[in-house]
Ligand binder design. Structure first.
Ligand code: C2O
Ligand code: CU
Length: 495
């Protein structure tokens, strides 16, 4: 296992969770339970969201918001304490997780573009940790990669992150140390940078942080995958979590449109969203709004990705409709159960008027100028036998690879080829890319992304401009077992 204890990713550490008990074959014993059980636990930290007419009742399910300790309008200062969190998943069944400031997911950090975000991280875990601000165009020193951009934050220590949030969009924070174990234990949280140009009354906003959880019979997180098969499959816990809850309910006024801001914080699980009889209007993704909306029946959000969706649940007061996750194969046999319920949407008599018709939703977003841009090949590779698995970039595991070099100010086209029979969500730190057609031309809908699914034996072309933030940046598969097994590389951006 070449990447065990890799300095870049922290390796995997079987001592993070007690290795006792057996892997549960399924979590059939976990029954859906009501949102009410956890409302108190979820709102214990942070402050109630500011009342805004475009949000309203729907925010009841969104994660509690982080308390901003700085009164200045252009500074948001929060403390995140990484610590053990015990949660009663159902009466008598407690799981031992980790979270930020007592909550799983961590508190929602809400800000506007141009705001200075200061995060004081306190490590009250028994393991080192860091914070990576997934998708945010941070200065390199704030990227949270242990032993590359900062030392790991040891138990009992703290670290201060400080940077401007340049772009509107939904982002998230998570450790970049021993990521399979730390994310799998509940360490992740959302950052919503509101877009001042959003049209009024787009929909009642709900932030949904999707993840999953695998625990043993003591309620301790299962250790990370260790056999070649399990590593190739990627860790998927049998308990699907929405904002840390199992199958929560949400009341929706009849005729009210929802704006679902979704982040996939799972280690491996892809979520293919569905609502019987409905389709979604996708208006944005990782790096904010699209140039134009897309209507999609089953939008997929891969680990690390975000989606900005509009949907108006139809039906009369008293009826309900399920937001579900449909099975995704990722190159493997489809799981037995075809779908998992995510959120029960319960229609209630509307106290407010129905949502107005959708505005045009177009955005001025120019494609990057790529005339003459160099194409940079990156191949995602896998070498496995019965006893070992090595994933890599161009056949070389991350800790042995030479960095890819690039110049500040240049524009390149990354050609990411998946040489394996499995899907991989490719993630680039620090910079947005713009997905292109296979001939390199811009797509009909322009999008800024930092994570993209690369289907089996296929390639994607990603245009990227390196703005003036030199340093060593990572790229890796966001199936975290794959990253740990070597599917990661470094991009050295130089002046
Ligand atoms: Cu979510 Cu290396 O990142
Ligand atoms: Cu992968």
């Amino acid at each position: 296992m070449p990447c065990k204890n890799s300095p870049l990713y922290g390796g995997f550490r079987a001592d993070f969770a007690p290795v006792e008990g057996t892997r549960l074959a399924s979590c059939a014993s976990v029954r859906p339970f009501s949102l009410l059980l956890f409302t108190a636990a979820c709102s214990a930290q942070g402050v109630p969201p500011v009342d805004q007419p475009s949000r309203g009742a729907a925010t009841a399910l969104s994660p509690a918001e982080a308390l901003d300790r700085d009164p200045r309008p252009d500074v948001v200062a929060v403390t995140l304490t990484a610590e053990a969190v015990d949660r009663e998943l159902e009466p008598g069944r407690t799981v031992h997780l980790a979270g930020y400031s007592g909550s799983v997911p961590g508190p929602l950090i809400r800000a506007k573009p141009g705001v200075l975000l200061q995060v004081h991280l306190e490590n009250h875990l028994t393991e080192p940790t860091t914070l990576h601000f997934h998708g945010v165009r941070v200065p390199n020193a704030m990227d949270g990669v242990p032993d590359m951009t900062q030392p790991a934050v040891l138990p009992g220590q703290s670290f201060d992150y400080s940077f401007v949030l340049p772009d509107a969009g939904l982002y998230w924070y998570h450790p970049h140390y021993d990521s399979v174990a730390e994310l799998g234990s509940g360490l992740y949280g959302p950052i919503l940078v509101e877009d001042p140009n959003d049209e009024p009354e787009l929909g009642d906003e709900v932030v949904l942080v999707l993840s999953d959880l695998g625990v043993d019979e003591h309620g301790d997180p299962l250790p990370p995958a260790s056999t070649p098969d399990d590593i190739v499959s990627g860790s998927e816990g049998g308990i699907v979590l929405v904002n840390g809850l199992v199958h929560p309910r949400l009341e929706v006024g009849v005729g009210r449109r929802l704006r679902l801001r979704i982040v996939n914080a799972a280690r491996s699980r892809y979520f293919k969203l569905g609502m019987a009889g409905h389709s979604f209007v996708v208006i944005g993704g990782d790096g904010g709004r699209f140039s134009a909306p897309l209507t999609v029946t089953e939008p997929v959000v891969t680990p690390g990705e975000r989606l900005d969706l509009l949907v108006t649940p139809s039906g009369a007061a008293g009826s309900s409709v399920e937001l579900v996750a449909r099975a995704v194969s990722r190159g493997m046999p489809l799981p037995a159960s075809a779908e998992a319920p995510l959120v029960g949407l319960e229609l209630v008599a509307n106290e407010r008027s129905a949502s107005p018709p959708l505005p045009s939703l177009e955005r001025a977003l120019a494609p990057l100028a790529t005339a003459g841009a160099a194409e940079v090949p990156i191949a995602l590779t896998l070498n496995a036998d019965d006893t070992s698995v090595v994933m890599g970039i161009d056949g070389v595991p991350g800790d042995e690879a030479e960095p890819v070099h690039a110049l500040v100010g240049s524009t390149e086209v990354l050609v990411v080829s998946n040489m394996t029979p499995y899907n991989h969500p490719f993630h680039l730190h620090g910079f947005f890319f713009e997905p292109r057609a296979d001939d390199g031309s811009p797509l009909a809908v322009i999008e800024r992304k930092d994570t993209i699914d690369v289907p089996p034996v296929s390639r994607v072309k990603l245009a990227v401009t390196y703005d003036d933030r030199p340093g060593m940046w990572m790229f890796h598969c966001h199936i975290l077992d794959h990253a740990e097994a070597g599917m990661m590389g470094m991009l050295h951006v130089m002046r």
